[in-house]
Design a binder for this molecule. Structure first.
Ligand SMILES: CC(C)(COP(=O)(O)OP(=O)(O)OC[C@H]1O[C@@H](n2cnc3c(N)ncnc32)[C@H](O)[C@@H]1OP(=O)(O)O)[C@@H](O)C(=O)NCCC(=O)NCCS
Length: 415
């Protein structure tokens, strides 16, 4: 990709900013330096810093198509942005009966679109309000269009004024969905999943069939879900069923399960973010840190008391992300609760400080997901824009104007 130049007048002299593709051989250090000085979150409050472990494209490299751009003044990196493109479900339609099949007369099938995602936009605090952020977004959108993306979206905290204004006022994005990021601490003690529930780890093929059958019409479901499930960062897909229905030894495979499912079941997959990047909460007072440490010491010394301890999030920490969470039946919540306890123990054994997931505000299983309000984000703001006007509206129409579904599929590759 060719570089593009932008000239500004600052203090009476001209400054030239170049926007070009990230080059790992010469930009890694500069990008990390900008990342280190960019707080994300409202100023004056606690903010979150990301350590990318020396790999600035780590947060997009698992997507099928991705690009990272940098902005530089002379030799100095002053900003960056990442983007990726994939095919996802944007709606559903009724498919009529096909002759000579055993399928029902009509069924809901997904409608797919090519969707781009923007993440990791940063501009050095010394070079803000010069139009660099805007230029980075515009240049990335050009690449999205060249690659046939129909929509682009981004996620931000709803009180990140700079980011919200940049995208909505200047770039034509509209507020679209507000899912909740639910975060739960990982305690020093293990949790005990309900004894009335059996948890089975599914082979990736079984997991794929189950997801495609039950979740393909969920908004944002990635058509390449198989590459997510087979990615080395997926630690496993776990199914919870009532005790006595199946065991790992009598698991009939997904076709058998789908033909005769138990009355209730729950499902989730675990993604290992810890091996990709770590986070750190900055700006906490000394007193808060001491209190948090005390709770951890007590938990470690007396695990049988099952004291809820505050994790060490003031040092770089890793976490697991739970995705593809769902279930059916009257006891689905109980199944999901058991899966969350299981996932907690997995995260504890891997040295994670928290477990996170993201679900729609209307998600019926949400109340079964343990989380601490102080660590969670009630409304993660997703903004969307339609990039191409020449697509047929098809069965869905303009997705940006559609009402939210009950559930949402949050792709772990983009968290
Ligand atoms: C968000 C961010 C990338 C903006 O970068 P920037 O180069 O300063 O943005 P621009 O100069 O291109 O600003 C374009 C428009 O965005 C809006 N904007 C940018 N910063 C703003 C602020 N602090 N307050 C209000 N509006 C703001 C304005 O509409 C601005 O146009 P104007 O200057 O003509 O009023 C930068 O503030 C940043 O790196 N923040 C920390 C990281 C972060 O929050 N990233 C976004 C996560 S999605």
């Amino acid at each position: 990709m060719r570089g593009e130049e932008l000239a500004f007048e600052v203090g009476g002299s001209m400054v030239v900013v170049t926007v070009r593709e990230f080059d790992p051989s010469k930009d890694t250090e500069g990008v990390e330096a900008v990342e280190r000085i960019c707080e994300v979150g409202p100023s004056g409050k606690l903010s979150l810093f990301t350590d990318l472990h020396g790999d600035p494209i780590c947060r997009v490299r698992n997507s099928p198509t991705f690009l990272m751009l940098v902005a530089e003044i002379g030799q100095e990196t002053v900003g960056m942005i990442r983007g990726c493109i994939k095919i996802v479900t944007c709606g559903k339609k009724l498919q009529r009966h096909r002759k000579n099949t055993t399928e029902p007369a009509s069924k809901q099938v997904p409608v797919y679109t090519k969707l781009a995602y923007i993440l990791g936009l940063r501009v050095s605090p010394h070079h803000r309000r010069m139009g660099i952020g805007l230029k980075l977004v515009q240049r990335l959108e050009e690449w999205f269009r060249e690659n046939g993306a129909e929509y682009a979206y981004m996620a931000t905290e709803k009180d990140n004024v700079a980011s919200v204004k940049l995208f909505t006022d200047k770039c034509g994005y509209s507020k679209f969905r507000t899912p909740s990021i639910l975060v739960n601490p990982v305690f020093a003690h293990s949790l005990t999943p309900s004894s009335n529930v059996t948890i089975i780890q599914l082979p990736p093929n079984d997991a794929e069939l189950l997801y495609r059958t039950k979740f393909a019409t969920t908004e944002f479901f990635p058509r390449d879900v198989d590459s997510v499930l087979n990615n080395h960062l997926t630690l496993g897909t776990f199914l919870a069923v009532p005790l006595g229905s199946y065991s790992p030894d009598t698991w009939p495979g997904s076709p058998g399960f789908l033909a005769d499912p138990p009355p209730s079941w729950g499902l989730l997959s675990v993604w290992n973010c810890k091996d990709v990047f770590t986070l750190q909460v900055m700006g906490a007072s000394r007193v808060k840190k001491v209190i948090a440490k005390t709770t951890r010491l007590l938990d470690r010394a007396f695990p049988w008391l099952r004291l809820p301890s505050i994790p060490n999030i003031f040092q770089p920490f890793g976490f697991h992300f739970l995705y593809g969470l769902g279930g059916e039946g009257p006891r689905a919540q109980k199944m999901v609760r058991a899966l969350c306890a299981f996932a907690h123990n997995l995260a504890k054994d891997s040295g994670c400080q928290v477990v996170a997931t993201e679900v729609s505000g209307q998600e019926p299983l949400r109340c079964a997901i343990p989380h601490w309000k102080m660590l969670s984000c009630e409304e993660d703001l997703w903004c969307i824009k339609r990039l191409g006007e020449d697509y047929s509206d098809g069965a869905v129409g303009d997705w940006t104007k559609s009402p939210p579904g009950i559930s949402i599929f949050v792709d772990p590759r983009e968290f």
